[in-house]
Design a protein around this ligand. Structure first.
Ligand code: ADP
Ligand code: ASP
Ligand code: MG
Length: 449
């Protein structure tokens, strides 16, 4: 069997959903399980609704809810025209999800308090809505399809907004639910991103987590492959939104893909590879707007050595902690990791000597200033804001003379350089304002365009 995941842009409107249906129709022999994200931009809107509710801006939240409801109702009506029974069933489901959401948001407006559990409850509505509509549209198009609830399959811990699945329980659930759901239909359709916590409330696997869901379903069902259908022609030599003339990467290893994702290439969620790797399941990235393009395969097999792609991660801060005497790398690392870790700050590459450690930190989370404040009791601490991380990823990339030349020729100041211990990547920290032009220059030097 096959798992096919369609991201938000692939289900954003009627034309996109019709393309999805035609792609799935071509794969019916493989008995696909289809995983969908929320319609494009919906998760972001739900975050805005949650924040309006927390700030007790009831009118604003209600307006946003109404526009969300209208978009889904209009889409369902358009797709299901002429299929009265399916249409009224689907509109009733959309209505019930929207009403539950409104009631819940109303409760948050009243108390003005938003726990991660309430936040997850709100943002999980996007996938519930989109999956109802796509499932009904499949049936209307003559593909027998059953809607299945991912919350009954994926069980997580209680870190609601970035929940970690209990893989054993999750696999057992998927293996129990899927065979029943697939009886008498050609397609089982479920949601990415959403799950249930061990306490029985909705949780989510972290933003962009639908790729991860798809890989989990693939692992549990021993799929022959997991297809990630998105809006680009496979994995490219750089993000095409930043670098104009990228080319397709044909094959890439699990380790390379995982490294790319962790270093900011958003084409795959960083955790996607891990479940696939457990069962050697290939992950294929394909373009739903150009389904005949071959895409890229992430594989356990042999891949060529050398640079595969440039990853850019914007919105990073950079912290340098130094001592006036050589206290030792382990002492510095322990102090910095303790202060950052206890505040839940996410770090990127680290470079360390006996008297200085430099570390890249995701900006946008509170706590860096207070971590620096504590560290200042023992060390000198400098924080540099508005930085970006630029990385060249590929098996052996960090040992390549050409890659090193291109990295060091980067225009603008380089605040830090680090090779990953696996030698799968080399990264530099630059000013955010030059990240785009630096990526273009590096891409042209390495990939020859
Ligand atoms: P989806 O909604 O389908 O999950 P995403 O927006 O999350 O889609 O991911 C696809 C986007 O990833 C592309 O539009 C592209 O801008 C970005 N991207 C970043 N790095 C790469 C890369 N190396 N190759 C392809 N796409 C990339
Ligand atoms: N809809 C979720 C998000 O936007 C999950 C996903 O698209 O992967 O983060
Ligand atoms: Mg995505």
């Amino acid at each position: 069997m096959l798992v096919m995941k369609f991201g938000g842009t692939s289900v954003r409107n009627r034309e996109a959903i019709e393309r999805v249906i035609s792609i799935v129709r071509g794969r019916l022999e493989s008995r696909p399980m289809v995983v969908v994200s929320a319609l494009a931009r919906v998760t972001r809107q739900l975050c805005a609704i949650a924040e309006s509710a927390q700030a007790r801006r009831r009118n604003e939240a209600e307006e946003q809810l109404e526009s969300l409801r209208e978009r889904h109702v209009a889409l369902a009506a358009e797709l299901l025209e002429g299929h009265d029974a399916l249409k009224s069933e689907c509109l009733a489901a959309v209505d019930s999800i929207c009403s539950d959401l409104s009631d819940f948001v109303d409760g948050v407006c009243r108390i003005g308090e938003l726990s991660p559990r309430s936040y997850a409850r709100i943002v999980s509505s996007g996938e519930l809505l989109s999956s109802r509509i796509v499932a009904a549209a499949m049936n209307a198009a003559g593909i027998p399809c059953r809607w299945a609830d991912a919350r009954e399959m994926i069980v997580t811990d209680c870190s609601y907004m970035s929940a970690a699945p209990d893989m054993e329980m999750t696999e057992a659930n998927i293996r129990r639910v899927f065979p029943v759901a697939s009886k008498g239909v050609s397609v089982v359709l479920t949601q990415g991103f959403i799950a249930s916590s061990s306490e029985g409330f909705p949780s989510v696997l972290g933003f962009e987590g639908s790729d991860y869901s798809a890989a989990i379903f693939g692992m549990a069902l021993n799929a022959s492959r997991v297809e990630i259908w998105t809006d680009v022609d496979g994995i490219r030599t750089a993000d095409p939104r930043i670098v104009p003339d990228t080319s397709r990467v044909e094959r890439i290893s699990y380790s390379e893909a995982s490294e790319m994702a962790s270093l900011g290439a958003r084409v795959l969620h960083p955790l996607t590879i891990e479940p696939a790797r457990r069962r050697n399941i290939p992950v294929v990235v394909l373009n739903s707007a150009a389904p005949d393009s071959p895409g890229s395969e992430v594989t356990y097999g042999e891949v060529a050595r050398g640079a595969k792609s440039i990853a850019v991660k914007e919105d990073m801060d950079f912290m340098q902690v130094s001592s006036d005497r050589p206290v030792g790398a382990s002492c510095l690392l322990q102090a910095v990791a303790g202060e950052l870790g206890s505040r839940g700050l996410k770090t990127g590459p680290v470079s360390v000597s006996d008297s200085c450690v430099s570390v890249v930190v995701d900006s946008g989370l509170p706590g860096l200033e207070s971590a620096a404040q504590s560290l200042r009791e023992r060390f000198e601490v400098k924080i540099f804001k508005d930085k970006a991380l630029l990385s060249v990823v590929g098996n052996g990339a960090a040992l390549s003379q050409d890659v090193m030349n291109a990295v060091l020729a980067c225009p603008g100041d380089i605040y830090m350089a680090a090779a990953s211990p696996s030698l799968l990547s080399v990264s530099i920290v630059v000013d955010k304002s030059v990240a785009g032009s630096a990526a273009v220059a590096m891409h042209s030097a390495i990939f020859g365009k």
